[in-house]
Design a protein around this ligand. Structure first.
Ligand code: ADP
Ligand code: MG
Length: 263
């Protein structure tokens, strides 16, 4: 007996971009991006500064609008909601709920300066999740433990190193069990000696099967943990595939040139 079919549900990507185009005025920033991220996949995005990587992540998370193509997150079209058999512009409430189901980690840690590490982690849970305070704090402590910071729960961001702040930011991003976590150069603002502790936390997340999109210049880390790598230049995917291919054996001159520059 074969296992019962689940109507192809397992095959629906968590994120799917098809021909995505985005411009700021005359500047074409995304010029027809195709990209898929499946459940449990860590998709890494590399490319020169200004190539559209942050803009792409921001479009997935409805922080930017896009002008062409489609971005699907599971069964919804980003920016739109279904009304009967039509798609209409998504209501702000719908967009906010969707955003709450996607974690995001930025280059600058973006913690609330007047809140302790624990309060930063649970803030989102209490506001959007409606979880009771005690349960939220228990979960917050578990999350801080997971990123190795339970002893720093009562510290304020100014009392933490950059690496510790970024680990708190990651704990906050995963607090609501999001379907997807986006990382935008999470280690670029850190002193070199603090990069490793943040990558360690990210490595754990990939092992736990978190679905992730990671923009980074940490090429050795991408080679180690990525399931797929997309090299983006001038708003197009120049090449993509497993890291063993894109990083070790790039087919395009632009990819090779970029890799020699960042390594
Ligand atoms: P990357 O993350 O790959 O460095 P970005 O997505 O941040 O690239 O930016 C891509 C291009 O879009 C850059 O030329 C940048 O200056 C431009 N850009 C980004 N955000 C805006 C904005 N809000 N308004 C105008 N131009 C922007
Ligand atoms: Mg960027």
């Amino acid at each position: 007996m074969t296992a019962p079919a689940v109507d192809g549900v397992a095959d629906v990507p968590v994120v799917s971009l098809r021909g995505v185009r985005k411009n700021f005025g005359d500047l074409q920033v995304l010029d027809g991006i195709d990209l898929d991220v499946h459940a449990g996949e860590a998709a890494f995005v590399i490319g020169p500064s200004g190539s559209g990587k942050s803009t792409m992540l921001r479009c997935v998370n409805s922080l930017e609008t896009y002008q062409g193509g489609q971005i699907w997150v599971g069964d919804y079209l980003v920016g739109a909601e279904r009304k009967g058999d039509r798609w209409v512009e998504a209501a702000p409430k719908v967009t906010a709920a969707r955003r709450a189901d996607i974690g995001m980690v930025f280059q600058r840690f973006n913690l609330f300066p007047m809140m302790t590490a624990l309060d930063n982690v649970v803030s989102g849970m209490r506001m959007v999740g409606g979880v009771r305070k005690q349960a939220a704090e228990r979960r917050g402590m578990e999350l801080l433990d997971r990123v190795g910071l339970s002893a720093r729960a009562g510290f304020y961001p100014s009392q933490l190193s950059g690496g510790q702040q970024q680990r708190v930011a990651i704990a906050r991003a995963i607090a609501a069990n999001p379907r997807l976590v986006l990382f935008d150069e999470p280690t670029s603002a850190l002193d070199p000696e603090l990069v490793g502790e943040v990558l360690d936390v990210m490595r754990d997340l990939t092992r736990e099967g978190m679905t992730m999109m990671v923009v980074t210049h940490e090429i050795a880390f991408a080679l180690e943990v990525a399931d797929s790598v997309y090299f983006i230049d001038h708003g197009v995917v120049v090449e993509s595939g497993p890291p063993s291919q894109v990083i070790r054996d790039p087919q395009h001159a632009r990819t090779r040139e970029f890799l020699t520059r960042v390594r």
